[in-house]
Design a protein around this ligand. Structure first.
Ligand code: ADP
Ligand code: MG
Length: 369
């Protein structure tokens, strides 16, 4: 069984230097539980727009708490029932992946990860108080860069360049030699997490924004012991490498190697997410190191993919390719242009430059651009 998957989109607010006039991404489509459509102009023909449907869409005003409460908190009960939970942040560099996952320092700005851990410890304390169950939490934190696995508990200067080997262990893929750190309290976790994050940013300055080209994978193992029975489940939170096409901006050789391995793993991830959502029997999780280590889709678990989007025009093509990645079923719509005089002859001919008078009711089409 392959479990379930939700794909949601989150549009970040404007940053300093970005202006309202350049906003091209729209969260639209009201439904009872929020907006579910992202609309973006067709870069080749501005009078048309593409719309993409998701399980949920969060406009720029959505708070960290809202994202957590709606999308992540509900998975905690599954985790304690023994199912694995996997959260991905996907998107172009600068769209809010790290903000969504890790977040800021203040309580309000905390991301999904510290909130998840806080919930896990609260639930663990409750279980321990209520009965004979003991809960142990351990964490590992590593990154995959150029298809190599590096332990984030290890300072970058002590790493072996080849990375850690991975091995099959009774059908499960394990990273050999990865640190597993017991974290008894939320404070323990936070200290370890911050220490490992510091290693990630150290290597960022040394290796030319390395962090945007690696996948950072946090795995939290929850072991619940009642009598002589132990139930183990894992929550994984992944801050993915930037999905932008690096080749477009810089085509030196190292960058090409990085691009190839990023593209491959993101491609396989997309296929896995699609296969899980369609309840297909075969999940191609073995085809990239990341999906293989996560055994994505193998444990009947819950997967949430958060697609982070920047609202502005400077990201136009990358945003569109992110949307295409996350949702291959899209719709093309013809915009209604305001204040446009109506020319009956043009509308009748059914062709022109693509601008359509307001009163012309264009049929909506389904097609791949
Ligand atoms: P990424 O990890 O995708 O490269 P970041 O998380 O670093 O992107 O976000 C880029 C910038 O945008 C950061 O300065 C971050 O603080 C800001 N940002 C992203 N999302 C939000 C948000 N929802 N609210 C406020 N600021 C945000
Ligand atoms: Mg980041």
């Amino acid at each position: 069984m392959s479990g379930s998957v939700r794909v949601i989109a989150r549009v970040r607010p404007l940053l300093k230097g970005e202006i309202e006039k350049d906003v091209i991404v729209e969260a639209a489509g009201d439904s009872a539980d929020g907006k579910t459509i992202v609309r973006i102009p067709n870069p080749k023909k501005e009078s048309e727009s593409f719309s993409f449907q998701f399980n949920s869409v969060y406009p720029s005003g959505a708070s960290q708490q809202t994202i957590f409460d709606n999308e992540v908190a509900p998975t905690v009960k599954h985790l304690f029932k023994g199912f694995d939970v996997t959260l991905f942040a996907y998107g172009v560099t600068g769209t809010g992946k790290t903000h969504t996952m890790r977040g800021g320092k203040s309580l309000q700005e905390r991301g999904v990860i510290p909130r998840l851990l806080s919930n896990i410890y609260r639930k663990a304390r409750k279980l321990e108080k209520d009965g004979e169950t003991q809960v142990e939490v351990t964490m590992s934190y590593y990154e995959i860069y150029n298809d190599r696995v590096y332990d984030l508990f290890e300072p970058p200067e002590q790493r072996t360049p080849a990375g850690l080997p991975i091995r099959d262990n009774n059908g499960k893929t394990v990273v050999v030699g990865l640190t597993e750190r017991p974290c008894t309290t939320l404070k323990d976790f936070e200290l370890s997490y911050e220490q490992a994050n510091a290693h990630r940013s150290t290597s960022a300055t040394k290796l030319n924004a390395h962090s945007s080209r690696s996948h950072a994978i946090l795995r939290v193992k929850v072991a619940q012991t009642t009598g002589d029975e132990t139930r183990i489940s894992t929550a994984s939170a992944i801050d993915l490498a930037g999905s932008e096409d690096n080749r477009r901006t810089d085509n030196n050789k190292d960058r090409l190697v990085e691009s190839a391995s990023i593209n491959k793993s993101l491609f396989v991830l997309a296929q896995c997410v699609e296969a899980i959502s369609k309840k297909q029997a075969r999940i191609p999780y073995r085809e990239s190191k990341m999906t293989r280590i996560l055994s994505l889709g193998q444990n009947n678990g819950y997967t949430v993919m958060i697609l982070n989007l920047a609202p502005v025009r400077s990201y136009h093509l990358d945003t569109l390719s992110s949307l295409n990645f996350a949702n291959r079923t899209k719709k093309i719509e013809v915009n209604e242009i305001e204040n446009q005089p109506f020319f009956r002859e043009q509308a009748g001919k059914g062709k022109g430059d693509g601008t359509v008078p307001k009163s012309y009711n264009a049929p909506s089409m389904h097609r791949q651009p």
